[in-house]
Design a protein around this ligand. Structure first.
Ligand code: ADP
Ligand code: MG
Length: 240
């Protein structure tokens, strides 16, 4: 579903991604972890074309996003992305936040978009809040709305970049629960997170990055019980 081949990227002279190669299969859940500044956010943003790369190839479901003739806007609508900060439109109701792109990008009718939005709000337990504004919801609720909004587009892949790290601790689980459910339903997911409980529960593989490189790309069993590199061992010792 996602293929990265020798992806390299520079910010000026600084090489932020070094020859990153990996694959995420359909229905696979891959957790990306590593120290701050190791390039995790950059890597995940390259996957939906939010960050251009200078070398290598990225293919999503048969479409090479690094090919100049690829319609990036169309491709992005198939790749859901959830960030650390929820980035909901503050001046729109929750329902409007969920229908806007469906109508504008996918060309759905108001009624179709509304039905889809309400069913996804129901699924994340927020149906009763459809007519509120983002600021009236807690951080955990806003992040669940952000997930529902991404799902409204019927994505073939979901990307998450530290979706729980800006939340108060008591709200982390309500968001992780939604993600766990998605994973069990077979969604293809690439998740940057330090929530190792989540990784242990649903990840099929773990990618460990350091200084722009993929240092380990292994099964979660291998990663947690027998990490190969000293850097991964140090990292695990610090966070577990
Ligand atoms: P992570 O998500 O693992 O913390 P990032 O991908 O955000 O790491 O950043 C990797 C490195 O690239 C860091 O050293 C960061 O300072 C640098 N970086 C990120 N964005 C930019 C940018 N727009 N311009 C220059 N350097 C950047
Ligand atoms: Mg980051």
């Amino acid at each position: 579903m996602i293929t990265l081949e020798n992806v390299s990227k520079w910010y000026g002279k600084f090489q932020v991604l070094k020859n990153c190669t990996t694959k995420v299969g359909k229905g696979e859940v891959v957790v990306v972890c590593g120290p701050s500044g190791s390039g995790k956010s950059t890597l995940i943003k390259t996957v939906n074309g939010l960050e251009p790369i200078q070398q290598g190839k990225i293919i999503i479901d048969d479409t090479e996003i690094t090919n100049p003739s690829t319609n990036l806007a169309k491709l992005r609508s198939k790749v859901g992305m959830v960030f650390q900060h929820f980035e909901l439109f503050p001046h729109l109701t929750i329902l409007k936040n969920l229908t806007l792109a469906q109508i504008k990008v996918l060309g759905r009718s108001d009624e179709e978009a509304r039905e889809k939005a309400l069913s996804l709000l129901d699924r994340v337990g927020l149906l009763a809040h459809a007519n509120k504004y983002p600021a009236q919801l807690s951080g955990g609720q806003q992040q669940r709305v952000a997930i529902a909004r991404a799902l409204c587009m019927d994505p073939i892949v979901m990307l998450f970049d530290e979706p729980t790290s800006a939340l108060d601790p008591e709200m982390v689980n309500e968001v992780l629960d939604v993600m766990v459910e998605l994973a069990y339903e077979g969604m293809t997911m690439m998740v940057v997170t330090h929530e190792m409980g989540f990784a242990r529960k649903v990840a099929h593989r773990v990618i460990f990055m350091d200084a722009g490189e993929i240092i380990e790309d292994t099964s979660k069993e291998q990663f947690f019980t027998n990490p190969q590199s000293d850097r991964a061992k140090d990292f695990l010792a610090k966070i577990i």
